[in-house]
Write a protein that binds this ligand. Structure first.
Ligand SMILES: Cc1cc2nc3c(=O)[nH]c(=O)nc-3n(C[C@H](O)[C@H](O)[C@H](O)COP(=O)(O)OP(=O)(O)OC[C@H]3O[C@@H](n4cnc5c(N)ncnc54)[C@H](O)[C@@H]3O)c2cc1C
Length: 449
């Protein structure tokens, strides 16, 4: 029996031993979910020994990877072959299974879509305890197509075969400034459609909105040589560099993790961007998973909430979301967000689904922009938790957009199933989890059980 087969047998047994009245909860070392609600009656599903890269094949340009493998680990295994996954989400501890069943968007998404679009095969522990290999061309096609955006409610991915792309050692960055959101969206659309800028090919596109009059689109191009390389894993801070310089060079590895060191800009909340604190902070702690753990502890013990109460500060709401709007309506979303929420910066990343995925309601071939915003916003007097998040949900759907489910959601049940394609979900759920051992998508992602 191979190491992988032993790990599969181990998780299958662990699953079988879970009492019928407890919802299984994947026991893994890290998470990037932002739903911290009471877990109710749950039982840990041991996912030991499922976090390795099984093989990288430089000839077929594919990799076989266990479901709980982090992208950091995966990229470390592929880069020596001059290869990378088609889409590498920015946070080092996002796992391949988490990105394929949940959210994964990055600066190659304008061309390569979402991480599930470069998956060739999924080995899944289904809700009814079977181990199934699902592909786009076999009898489990319905499971393969419905897995993206199912958030572990149909089964758990144990092994994933993915396609890889060639890389070059360096990435040349150009930060293009805009003072108007309409022009910014138009330019982004033109660049994504032509995959060029100033006559040069473009391999990566994302951007940052700082104020209504200051936003940047960052274009990345592979290169075999670099005149110098910048380092944003120490005293310098990547997101601040975007405002200061027009051009930059990074190694491909540093490019892929450019957002992780400061968790985009969210490390600000821990004082890590102040020069003195930063100079004292060991580099190994400047990582998104370290900050995420601090936030989880804070939520558990309510420290910030208590300090705010003592200091007489207004109550705040966590507004931590990634939403997608069609690019032609992107400027409208930014205007709404600035007027009604007012949090900055906002990450902008164009993406295009290359085919139809039943639970991921994006129109194939159509360009969207993902807007990512993560922080606390003071509530107006008389308003309660959920106020801003509900405004955002309504705005996104008025703009024919889509909201990711890794954080809080407030939809009513009926509305949710309309938006997230209950008609497609339920037949697959009944086929692979007939006794409802796993929570359904609404209970898991909205009710947070
Ligand atoms: C501040 C912040 C910024 C973010 N920015 C981005 C971004 O820019 N781009 C992006 O792509 N994502 C982003 N994310 C979201 C993140 O990618 C998603 O939350 C992702 O689903 C987390 O994956 P994970 O591997 O950490 O899984 P977890 O957090 O452990 O789990 C996520 C969900 O997937 C399920 N799951 C996990 N592994 C498996 C598996 N093997 N099989 C089946 N189900 C599984 C879990 O049950 C759970 O429901 C951001 C999140 C935060 C908090």
């Amino acid at each position: 029996m191979s190491t992988h087969q032993r790990a599969v047998e181990q998780i299958r047994q662990s699953y079988a031993e879970i009492p019928g009245d407890a919802a299984p909860r994947l026991a893994k070392a890290t998470s990037n979910l932002f739903r911290f609600r009471d877990a109710g009656k749950t039982a840990r599903l041991s996912a030991r020994d499922l976090a390795e890269v099984i093989s990288v094949d430089p000839v077929s340009m594919t990799a076989e990877v266990q479901g709980m493998t982090t992208y950091e680990h995966l990229v470390d295994a592929t880069l020596p072959y001059g290869l990378m996954p088609y889409v590498v989400p920015q946070l080092k501890t996002i796992t391949l299974g988490g990105a394929v069943t949940g959210l994964g968007i990055e600066s190659t998404s304008f061309r390569d879509g979402l991480p599930h679009e470069s998956v060739e095969e999924l080995e899944i522990l289904t809700g009814d305890g079977r181990i199934i290999v699902a592909r786009d061309d076999n009898e489990h096609r319905d499971l393969f197509r419905s897995f993206p955006n199912s958030y572990g409610t149909l089964g758990y991915a144990l092994r994933i075969k993915i396609k890889l792309r060639k890389v070059q050692p360096y990435v040349h960055l150009t930060h293009v400034k805009f003072t108007d959101a309409d022009k910014c969206m138009l330019a982004m659309q033109e660049i994504c459609d032509s995959m060029e800028h100033d006559g040069q090919p473009v391999d990566f596109v994302d951007g940052v909105y700082f104020t209504p009059g200051e936003m940047y689109v960052t274009l990345g191009r592979f290169s075999d040589r670099a005149p110098y390389v910048s380092d944003y894993t120490g005293m310098r801070i990547y997101y601040q560099s975007i405002r200061k310089r027009k051009r930059d060079w990074l190694t491909v590895r540093d490019y892929l993790w450019r957002w992780d060191t400061d968790w985009f800009w969210c490390s600000r909340a821990f004082g890590v961007q102040q020069p003195v604190v930063r100079s004292l902070m060991p580099r190994r702690y400047m990582r998104s998973d370290v900050y995420r753990r601090l936030v989880a502890l804070d939520r558990k013990y309510g420290v910030t909430a208590r300090v705010d109460r003592w200091a007489g500060r207004p109550v705040s709401e966590a507004v931590i979301q990634d939403v997608e709007a069609p690019i032609e309506r992107g400027a409208e979303f930014l205007e709404f967000f600035h007027d009604k929420v007012g949090m900055t910066p906002v990450w902008m990343c164009p993406l295009k689904a290359n085919s139809r995925w039943p639970l991921y309601p994006l129109e194939p071939g159509k360009l969207y922009v993902n807007f990512g915003f993560w922080g606390m916003v003071s509530l107006p007097r008389g308003q309660f938790d959920g106020y801003y998040n509900r405004l955002i949900e309504n705005a996104v759907h008025d703009l024919d957009g889509h909201k990711s489910l890794y954080s809080t959601s407030f939809y009513a049940r009926e509305q949710f199933w309309q938006l997230y394609n209950g008609d497609a979900y339920w037949p697959v759920k009944r086929e692979y989890d007939p006794n409802g051992r796993l929570l359904d998508l609404y209970d898991k992602c909205v009710r947070g059980r």
